[in-house]
Design a protein around this ligand. Sequence first.
Ligand SMILES: Cc1ncc(COP(=O)(O)O)c(C=O)c1O
Length: 381
Amino acid sequence: MPVPYHRPSITNAETEAVQKVLESGWLTTGKVTAEFEGEIAARVGSRYAVAVNSATAALHIALASLDLGPGDEVIVPTHTFAATSEVVIYTGATPVLVDVERDNLNMDPAGVEAALTPRTKAMMPVHFTGQAADMDALIAIAGDIPIVEDAAHALPTTYKGQMVGSIGLATAFSFYANKTITTGEGGMLTTDDPNIEDRARRLSLHGLSRAAWSRFESGSTWEYDIVEAGFKYNLTDVASAMGLAQLQRLDELATRRREIALTYNEAFSGLAEIDPLVVPRHDDSAWHLYIIRLRLEHLTIDRNTFIARLADRGIGTSVHYKPLHLHPYYTTRFGFDRSDFPVSSDQFDRIISLPIFPGMTHGDVTEVIEGVADIVRSSRR
Ligand SMILES: Cc1ncc(COP(=O)(O)O)c(C=O)c1O
């Protein structure tokens, strides 16, 4: 495909860092992972960071650290990936879906307020596309209720000048292959709370009192206690080496995403049929996704046909997301239909995620812009 939806940006720095670990004699979680944790914490301004093998794992151990169980409720947006809500189900608690704001598809604070019950034990905003959710409003509504942020899209993102990762009780980042920085698969939980850090770290490795690296380092190689039933979520030093090399390049990678986004914004501002998401002035988005919304009233074709026409021109796209409430698991379990979350349902029909990755050339970006503009011109009502 001439312009794929995504291509990771890997340089010699990542290859050499990984090779060094491969030759070091220690492959699993060890000092390189500890260094990666320290660097992420320093970058986002959190006291602690716990490296894990996905953002899903980070979200899960954050919720598990809160001792959620059957009867408890956790508020999540419906317009998100499977992970945000499934981790609630892992704990035995019930996900309570709420609709999103039309401007930016982030969780709607008014919907959150309406969904609060005495059983609400946490809320999980998603910083959708890399744009921060309305944290001031959510914090005001939450009061004492813990906020666990799904920041899978949001490195580096600021909210009113503060880095996402240092705002709520705990924040989960993703290093999946198409994120701003990647370890292939990987994730990080950041928090300022020593109890969450301690518990999440233990849960990330079978509930053991001491991880293999600390036993090895201290010279007592076998002894540990199983303190509780945990999970196998630790990140390897191989992956962390790649993460450290990528983190060194974070500014460069994020800047290129922003440049592409601003070029798209400028180009599409002249097309009445295209409606980009609105980024509030005080926020700096990570621009993980660039989503256009079709004003279907002005077009003769639907979203899927638009995507097929882009694919005919060799342009890869995606859709983020089909909302949770339209998936069989949720319709069957909760009886949802489109009318339960009207904003998300309506927006789902209109959205297309365009390629936005640092390796895109000027020519690639132009090709996408011309592709969108040509399809719009040929399918105007
Ligand atoms: C909003 C959101 N939350 C969580 C995840 C899960 O991330 P991971 O694949 O690292 O588990 C993703 C994945 O892309 C995501 O988009």
